[in-house]
Design a protein around this ligand. Sequence first.
Ligand code: G3P
Ligand code: CA
Length: 228
Amino acid sequence: MKSTLKVGHRGAKGYISENTLPSIQKALDLNVDGIEIDVHLCASGELVVFHDFTLDRMTNGTGEIGKQTLSQLQNLLVDGKYKIPTLTEVLDLIHAKCLLNIELKGEKTALPTVKLLHQYFDKGTWTYNNVLISSFQRKELEAVYNFDERMSLGVLTKASVNASIRFAKTINAVAIHPNFALLSKNNVKEAQDEGFKVNAWTVNDFESIERIKSYGVDAIISDFPDRI
Ligand code: G3P
Ligand code: CA
């Protein structure tokens, strides 16, 4: 069986609060091949790493993350003890030691993300090979493709492998990112025969990890990446 890349979900969400610098450091300590994070654009224009559209579940704040400035967000605590990081802080921490899968979660994240990455590419540590941009939002993926065709793209889906492949072709994506419940050995092979990597999420229990690995997927995104 070919080796499956292990990718930490929101850092290493199973061990330390999601999308925080300590969670990302934990994933690095677990020797992951990649780390997945979520980004939103905040009201003062910076990219912040956070999953939900609202602050209520994970922080002591409330309301939409996109309506708060960075300084307002920096006064909040995630799970009572962690700061909400910026994408810049995450890029500095990972320092291209593994693949970074940036999920464009919020609207209007595409261009600022690519522009920030260009600054890092110019500095020389990060390269196009170290970054994979994914999203459920087709508009954001199209915006990346129209701005910089060299960015590697992954099409997220929780609905249909076939539909994601059809769309992936229109933006020259390199991968599809299906919820693992959508997968079978056959559709993984079909996607790969069409030239796409298949990166499955979010696979956490040992039995499911073994089953999805047996389908020959290229990567598994897991809260417990050391289980892969
Ligand atoms: O990128 C894979 C996975 O993170 C997508 O779903 O809701 O965990 O961001 P979600
Ligand atoms: Ca995500």
